[in-house]
Design a protein around this ligand. Structure first.
Ligand code: MG
Length: 387
């Protein structure tokens, strides 16, 4: 019996690379379900090629386009966020690859966890905003959460065979993005085009801008807190521009364990699909002899305030991480549309977080988290308009 995979967010960068991995793994894995938001052309192509049992178009306006383009396909085409929930909880699905971008991933990721699925998690925002409900749900349902994010996959691999009490701290590596050597004055005039050029990784637009502000690393700190049950004081960030060491753990006796590999997301994706087994892969390999001058240095909090904001949000907890995440999403999309400057991104997030301090709800349920998310989006948009 093949392992039935549902890929939500199939037309994005992680979704497309997951399909490449599944193709290389062969018939043992079957693409059972696919979803896309608006990329109807690519979704229709994927449906014709892979013949999944189910597919979902989350933006209802694009439903008819896909339906018309896949005539003759015998599967079921669903619409909207409800369609997504139906797909991830389908009893025939063994493994859900959660690859949506942003807070849109919260509900389907939680539903997959509640349904006891094996979940390969690429959508870090769901854990950032809703770790408070996803982690307890994991414990109740017996679902498995496998990290796809390269840093978290690295930590996960380093932790195999280590006892929790032997672990001193986690070191998340960050490339530092394209602007790691820029002065604050130069950073004032960063354009969306420049922010979309990442030095080492090929990724989607939102995460590429997050890498440039280092908010991506901030979100990853919160993600690591939930995935590995670590206090924020024991999660460190280190700049490593070569993106070869994907992260490290430091043991109580002073030993470091690291995971190294090429900067190729298909490797952590594959491990999340085949774990606990490892399989050969045709994509890329690291040539040790070509590695020289691996650098590690501390991040500069003045030029990259997003990192500090994320630590603050994480330590405050409750609804604050959801607010951080929502304000960041709104700010990033406004920056990409040319409506705000690069350095306004952290300023806006800080303003929205400050306003939220007296309203923080501790141990929120899903409803509270989604409310906080919506509140932060409205406020961020108001602040952008008033500017
Ligand atoms: Mg990452």
């Amino acid at each position: 019996m093949p392992i039935n995979i549902a890929i939500i967010g199939a037309t994005g960068s992680i979704g497309r690379q997951t399909i490449e991995v599944v193709e290389a793994l062969g018939p043992e894995y079957r693409i059972y379900g696919l979803s896309a938001h608006r990329q109807s052309g690519l979704l229709a192509e994927q449906i014709r090629r892979w013949r999944p049992a189910k597919a979902v178009v989350t933006d209802p306006e694009h439903y008819q386009k896909v339906a018309a383009a896949v005539s003759g396909w015998e599967g079921e085409l669903l619409a909207g966020p409800e369609g997504l929930l139906a797909l991830v909880t389908d009893p025939k699905v063994d493994l859900v690859v959660s690859a949506l971008v942003g807070a849109a991933g919260i509900q389907p990721t939680l539903a997959a966890v509640q349904a006891g699925k094996r979940v390969a998690l690429a959508n870090k925002e769901s854990l950032v905003a809703a770790g408070e409900v996803i982690i307890p749900a994991l414990e109740t349902s017996g679902a498995t959460l496998l990290p796809v994010d390269s840093e978290h996959s690295a930590i996960f691999q380093c932790l195999q065979g280590s006892a929790k009490q032997d672990l001193q701290q986690i070191h998340l590596t960050a490339s530092g993005g394209p602007f790691r050597q820029m002065s604050l004055t130069e950073m004032e005039s960063i354009t969306p085009e420049a922010a979309l050029q990442h030095p080492t990784w090929q990724m989607g637009g939102k995460i590429t801008v997050d890498s440039a502000t280092m908010m991506n690393k901030g979100l990853e700190v919160i993600e690591a807190h939930w995935l590995f049950g670590m206090e924020y004081e024991r999660i460190k960030v280190v700049i490593h521009p070569q993106s070869i060491v994907h992260s490290l753990i430091e043991m109580v006796d002073g030993s470091f364990l690291a995971q190294l590999g090429p900067a190729d997301m298909r490797l952590p994706i594959q491990l999340a699909l085949t774990y606990p087994q490892r399989r050969p892969q045709p994509f890329s390999r690291l040539d040790l002899y070509r590695l020289a001058n691996l650098e590690f240095y501390p991040p500069d909090p003045e030029r990259f305030p997003c990192l500090e904001l994320a630590y603050e949000a994480g330590k405050t907890g409750g609804t604050m991480p959801a607010v951080l995440n929502a304000a960041n999403e709104e700010a990033v999309y406004s920056f990409l549309e040319g409506r705000i400057s690069f350095l306004q991104i952290p300023r806006l997030i800080a303003q929205v977080m400050n306003k939220h301090i007296p309203m923080v709800s501790k141990q929120p349920d899903l409803e509270r988290i989604l409310e906080a998310d919506q509140w932060a989006r409205r406020l961020t948009r108001q602040l952008i308009k008033a500017d």
